[in-house]
Write a protein that binds this ligand. Structure first.
Ligand code: FAD
Length: 106
């Protein structure tokens, strides 16, 4: 079976980076593709309890795909919910672009 920790790190890297470079004003087609990507994870993610947990979260707090900022904030909040569940520290979502897009200042 896959290593749930390294799979998780790789997947969060992919998702946060993709959100960081998502369009400011996505077209309806781009929004639909992002929704498909996120809603595919509960079906396909190769950690079945993680997938089930994510499916429930997507039902409770549907992804906000209206803009880059909205998607990045939604994903940060979702990752923080998982962090709390796992007893990990939460991340300051004001720093999400610094972490995943811009890098640290100077
Ligand atoms: P990770 O949580 O993998 O984070 C990687 C990096 O992201 C951190 O070093 C930090 O720089 C940054 N970061 C942290 N929080 C945020 C945030 N809120 N916003 C932006 N950036 C942030 N594991 C389980 O044991 N059970 C589960 O049910 C489970 N469900 C998961 C569901 C999904 C969709 C994913 C992608 C992963 C899931 N995992 C689950 C794995 C788990 O979330 C971690 O990825 C794994 O435990 C490794 O943790 P880590 O401490 O290396 O950091």
């Amino acid at each position: 079976p896959p290593d749930v920790e390294s799979l998780g790190r790789a997947t969060w890297t992919f998702l946060h980076t993709t959100a960081a470079y998502y369009p400011e004003s996505p077209t309806p087609t781009q929004r639909a593709h992002m929704l498909q990507l996120l809603h595919s994870l509960p079906q396909l993610y190769p950690c079945s309890h993680c997938a089930g947990d994510l499916g429930a979260r997507l039902q409770r707090r549907p992804p906000d795909v209206r803009s880059r900022a909205a998607l990045s904030a939604w994903l940060c909040a979702t990752h923080n919910e998982v962090n709390v569940m796992l007893g990990k520290p939460t991340f300051d979502c004001a720093r999400v672009d610094e972490r995943w897009k811009d890098g640290p200042k100077d």
